[in-house]
Design a protein around this ligand. Structure first.
Ligand SMILES: *[C@@H]1O[C@H](CO)[C@@H](O)[C@H](O)[C@H]1NC(C)=O
Ligand SMILES: *[C@@H]1O[C@H](CO)[C@@H](O)[C@H](O)[C@H]1NC(C)=O
Ligand SMILES: *[C@@H]1O[C@H](CO)[C@@H](O)[C@H](O)[C@H]1NC(C)=O
Length: 474
C-alpha cells in the first residue's frame, strides 16, 4: 500500500475544509443531559447521551453516551472508547458490560465499583452508522461501510474513520469545555483497526491546525496483523489443553487458522481446511468460551462481540446459551430509550452487534501494526494490552507484534519484562520500549478485559492516562 500516506494527507485536507464549513449550530449539551436512567442508583456525576450528525444533509447520526468523571471532571482527561466487532456497540459492550459506571441487572442498574469514570470523562461512541442507536435516514445510500476508492478498500479510510473525526469535532461544539482537554482513544478487538486509523488521521489533521489534543492510545486484544494474531490461536488452544497433540500438528502444518479464515471469507473452504477445522471445533467444544477459556459460558452479550474474528463453520447452528441478556433487554426498554434520548431508526430492536452492516470481511487482512508505528513515531504513547485468557487474539501473537515493531523502530527496552501489581496480587506482566510503546498483559482477563478483571483493568488504565509505569510493588 504505497499510497497510504498520501491518502491520509489528502483526507485530512478534505476534512479540514469540511470542518471549517460546519456552521456552529448553537447546540448545547443540556438537551442531552440524562436526568436519571431507569433503575439507576444515585450518583454524583452527570451523564449525557444523544446524537451528532456527521454529514451536511444531517441524515447520518452517531449516538454517544458520555459519563463525566466522578469528582473534579474539569481536571480529568477525556477518553473515547470504541468497541470492535466490527459492528458491536460501545454502549452495550463497553459501557454496560465493561468499564462504564453501571451494569444492568434485572430491572435495575448496579454500580460498577471499577468504572473508568473514576479516572476520566468517558465518551462511548456507537460507530459506524448502523450500530446500536446510530442510524442513517438516507435510504438511498446503502449501509455498506466499505466503499472502494481506486481499488483500495476504503476500510482504511471508510466513512467510519471520517465520521468518527467529524463526530468528535462536532461533539466539541456541544461540550466546548473538553475541546482542549487531554484526549485518549481506547478500545479493543477490531478497534485495533479503527483506533490507529482515527489517531493517524488526527495527527495529519493537527499538522494544519491543532484541533485534537491527542495524548495516547490504548488497544486491548487488538487485531493488528491478521496472520500473526490468528495463527497464535493454535498454540494457545494446545497449551491450554483445548486440543490434542495430533490436532495441533494439523492446525499448524496442514491448515492454519489464517488460511482457513482467508478461504472462508472468499467463500471457498478447501476439503483440507474443512477437515482440520471440524476436528478443532469438535475438540475445543462449543461449550468453551473462546474469548476467555477459563470462564464458564453464557457471559451475556459479549459472546457475540465478533463474528468476523471467529467465523463459525459452515453449519450456522447457534446455541443460544444466554437466554437472559441483561443489556439487550435493558436497552430495548422504551423508558430507557427515552431517558437516553435514543431512537430506533430503520431497525426494530437495539442489538449488541449490528447485523445490517455489510462489511468487507477481507479488510481484516490489512495490517494496522504499521500505523501503530507511525503514531509512536509522532510521539504519541501507545499501550497494547492483552487479557491473557483470550484465545481469539491471544497475548502471544500481540506480544510478538509489539516486540517486532519496537525492533523495527529501533526502540530499546526501557522497562524490562516484569510483573505489575493490582491490589496485593500480580495484575499481569509488562514491557516498555523507548518509554513510549508499552505492552501489558492482564492476568485472568478475557478478550473484554474490564468485563472479567475490572480492578486490574482500572489499575492499568490509571497508569496509562497518568503516563507512569505500572505498579512495581504493592
Ligand atoms: C431521521 O428520521 C427520524 C424518524 O423519522 C427523525 O426523528 C429524525 O429527526 C431524522 N433525523 C435526521 C438527522 O434527519
Ligand atoms: C483552546 O486552546 C487554544 C490555544 O491555546 C485557545 O485559543 C482556545 O481558546 C482554547 N479553547 C477553549 C475552549 O478553551
Ligand atoms: C499459514 O498458512 C499459510 C498458507 O498455507 C502459509 O503461507 C503461512 O506461512 C502459514 N503461517 C503459519 C504461521 O504457519
Amino acid at each position: 500500500m504505497p499510497s497510504l500516506q498520501w491518502k491520509t494527507t489528502a483526507l485530512a485536507l478534505t476534512l479540514f475544509q469540511l470542518l471549517h464549513s460546519i456552521k456552529v449550530e448553537s447546540f448545547l449539551s443540556q438537551p442531552d443531559r440524562i436526568n436519571q436512567l431507569p433503575g439507576q442508583p444515585q450518583v454524583n456525576f452527570q451523564q449525557f447521551s444523544g446524537y451528532v450528525t456527521v454529514d451536511e444533509k444531517k441524515t447520518r447520526a452517531l449516538f454517544y453516551y458520555f459519563v463525566e468523571a466522578e469528582g473534579d471532571p474539569d481536571s480529568k482527561p477525556l477518553v473515547l472508547w470504541l468497541n470492535g466487532g466490527p459492528g458491536c456497540s460501545s454502549l452495550g459492550v463497553g459501557a454496560f458490560s465493561e468499564n462504564g459506571p453501571f451494569r444492568p441487572s434485572g430491572k435495575v442498574l448496579v454500580r460498577n465499583e471499577y468504572s473508568w469514570n473514576r479516572e476520566a470523562n468517558m465518551l462511548y461512541l456507537e460507530t459506524p452508522i448502523g450500530v446500536g442507536f446510530s442510524y442513517s435516514n438516507d435510504t438511498s445510500s446503502s449501509l455498506s461501510v466499505n466503499d472502494k476508492i481506486t481499488g483500495m478498500s476504503l476500510q482504511f479510510y471508510p466513512h467510519c474513520t471520517r465520521d468518527n473525526l467529524v463526530f468528535l469535532h462536532k461533539w466539541f461544539v456541544k461540550f466546548p469545555q473538553y475541546r482542549n482537554r487531554s484526549l485518549f482513544i481506547t478500545g479493543e478487538s477490531y478497534a485495533g483497526h479503527y483506533i490507529p486509523q482515527l489517531a493517524e488521521l488526527m495527527i495529519q489533521f493537527n499538522k494544519k491546525e491543532k484541533l485534537f489534543n491527542l495524548k495516547g492510545i490504548a488497544l486491548g486484544n487488538p487485531v493488528l496483523e491478521f496472520a500473526t494474531d490468528f495463527n497464535s490461536r493454535a498454540e494457545y488452544f494446545w497449551s491450554h489443553g483445548l486440543i490434542s497433540d495430533p490436532a495441533y500438528k494439523l492446525f499448524t502444518s496442514t491448515c492454519n487458522y489464517s488460511r482457513y479464515v482467508s478461504e472462508y471469507y472468499r467463500g471457498s473452504v478447501s476439503q483440507t481446511c474443512s477437515k482440520v477445522m471440524s476436528l478443532i471445533t469438535m475438540e475445543t467444544s462449543r461449550f468453551v468460551d473462546n474469548y476467555d477459556v477459563t470462564l464458564d459460558v453464557c457471559i451475556s452479550s459479549v459472546l457475540s462481540q465478533s463474528k468476523i474474528l471467529s467465523p463459525h463453520q459452515v453449519t450456522t447452528e447457534t446455541v443460544d446459551v444466554c437466554v437472559e441478556d441483561e443489556t439487550v433487554s435493558y436497552l430495548n426498554r422504551r423508558d430507557v430509550q427515552n431517558a437516553l434520548h435514543a431512537r430506533l431508526v430503520g431497525v426494530n430492536k437495539w442489538l449488541v452487534c449490528s447485523n445490517i452492516l455489510d462489511y468487507e470481511l477481507l479488510d481484516v487482512e490489512i495490517p494496522t501494526i504499521s500505523l501503530v508505528g507511525k503514531i509512536t513515531k509522532a510521539g504519541i504513547p501507545v499501550l497494547v494490552y492483552s487479557g491473557d485468557q483470550d484465545s481469539v487474539i491471544p497475548l502471544t501473537g500481540t506480544r510478538t507484534l509489539v516486540q517486532g515493531l519496537a525492533q523495527e523502530l529501533g526502540l530499546k527496552t526501557s522497562v524490562p519484562y516484569r510483573v505489575w501489581f493490582a491490589g496485593m496480587q500480580v495484575g499481569g506482566w509488562t514491557q516498555v520500549y523507548g518509554d513510549i510503546l508499552s505492552f501489558a498483559t492482564i492476568r485472568g482477563a478475557s478478550h473484554e478485559a474490564p468485563f472479567s478483571q475490572p480492578e486490574r483493568s482500572l489499575v492499568l488504565f490509571q497508569a496509562f492516562i497518568e503516563g507512569r509505569p505500572l505498579p512495581e510493588a504493592f
